[in-house]
Design a protein around this ligand. Structure first.
Ligand code: KIV
Ligand code: NA
Length: 265
C-alpha cells in the first residue's frame, strides 16, 4: 500500500476518481480509517468541538492540536495527514503562517497543512508552499470566522458566487494542492470544480466536487446535538457505546462481572 502523496490528489481529479477524507483526532480512529482506505485524514480544529469541549473552533491553539496531529500521523501507513492551522496562528503575516506550518511538520510530522480563507490568505499559502510544505485551502463557510460571517451560513449564494470562485482561484494560484469547499450550494461548487485544475474537496458542497470530507464524529453518529443537513450518518456509535456502558454498569452492580473467565488463579 503506497503512501498517498499530493500527486494522488491531482491524478484522482484528472481520472475522475473520487477522493475520500475524514477528520481524525487520535490514533485509534486514524488506524481504522487508514486501513479502510480513506485517502486523507484531517486533524481538524473541529477538535475544539469534538475533543477539547469548546463551543467553536476559535479558542483552539497550536499547542493543543499538535499532540493530536502527532497521534494521527504516527498511526497511518497509507493515508495523507493534514494538520489544520488554528485561528490566530497564521492571519498576522506570511512569516507567522510559515512558522506555524513548520511546527506542524516538525512536531506532529503531518504531510500537509490546511488554512482558511481565499484571497485574504493567498500570501500565506504561497509562503508555506515555497518552503516545500503542501497546503490544502479552505473556502466557502470558514468556521474560524463564524462570528464575522454572522453564524453558520451557506456561502457563495447568488451574488456571492463570483467571490467564492475568486477565492478558490486565489488558493490555486497561490500553490495549494487542493481546496476544501464548505457549505456552499451544489451548483456553485460545480462551477468552482470546473474552474480549477486542483481538486475540490466538498463538505456540504453537493456531489459535483472531486472529493468528500466529513467530520468523523458526525458521520459515525457520535456527536450530540444538532448535526448539519449535509451529514449522512453511517453508524450510531453513541448508541453502541451507551448500550455497552449501561451493560457494564449493570453487570458490576449485579456482580455478574468479572466472572471466573476474567479472573486470575
Ligand atoms: O476542522 C475541520 O473539521 C474542518 C473541516 C470540516 C473542513 O476544517
Ligand atoms: Na477546521
Amino acid at each position: 500500500r503506497k503512501r498517498v502523496r499530493t500527486r494522488h490528489f491531482q491524478n484522482a481529479k484528472e481520472n475522475g476518481i473520487a477522493i475520500t477524507g475524514l477528520t481524525s483526532y487520535d490514533m485509534l480512529s486514524a488506524r481504522i480509517f487508514d486501513e479502510a482506505g480513506i485517502d486523507f485524514l484531517l486533524v481538524g480544529d473541529s477538535a475544539g468541538n469534538n475533543v477539547l469541549g469548546y463551543d467553536t473552533t476559535v479558542p483552539v491553539t497550536v499547542d493543543e492540536l499538535i499532540p493530536l496531529a502527532r497521534g494521527v500521523a504516527g498511526a497511518v501507513s497509507r493515508a495523507f495527514v493534514v494538520g489544520d492551522m488554528p485561528f490566530g496562528s497564521y492571519e498576522n503575516s506570511a512569516e507567522e503562517a510559515l512558522h506555524t506550518a513548520v511546527r506542524f511538520m516538525k512536531e506532529a510530522q503531518v504531510h500537509a497543512v490546511k488554512l482558511e480563507g481565499g484571497v485574504r490568505s493567498a500570501d500565506k499559502i504561497r509562503r508555506i508552499v515555497d518552503a516545500g510544505i503542501p497546503v490544502m485551502g479552505h473556502v466557502g463557510f470558514t468556521p474560524q470566522s463564524e462570528h464575522g460571517l454572522g453564524g453558520h451560513i451557506i456561502q457563495g449564494r447568488g451574488d456571492a458566487e463570483a467571490a467564492l470562485i475568486a477565492d478558490a482561484l486565489a488558493v490555486e494560484a497561490a500553490g495549494a494542492f487542493s481546496v476544501v469547499l464548505e457549505m456552499v450550494p451544489a451548483a456553485a461548487a460545480q462551477k468552482v470544480t470546473e474552474a480549477l485544475r486542483i481538486p475540490t474537496i466538498g463538505v456540504g458542497a453537493g456531489p459535483h466536487v472531486d472529493g468528500q470530507l466529513l467530520v468523523w464524529t458526525d458521520f459515525a453518529g457520535f456527536t450530540t446535538g444538532r448535526v448539519p443537513k449535509f451529514v449522512k450518518q453511517y453508524a450510531d456509535l453513541r448508541g453502541v457505546l451507551t448500550d455497552a456502558v449501561t451493560r457494564f454498569r449493570g453487570d458490576v452492580a449485579e456482580r455478574r462481572y468479572p466472572g471466573p473467565e476474567h479472573s486470575y488463579e
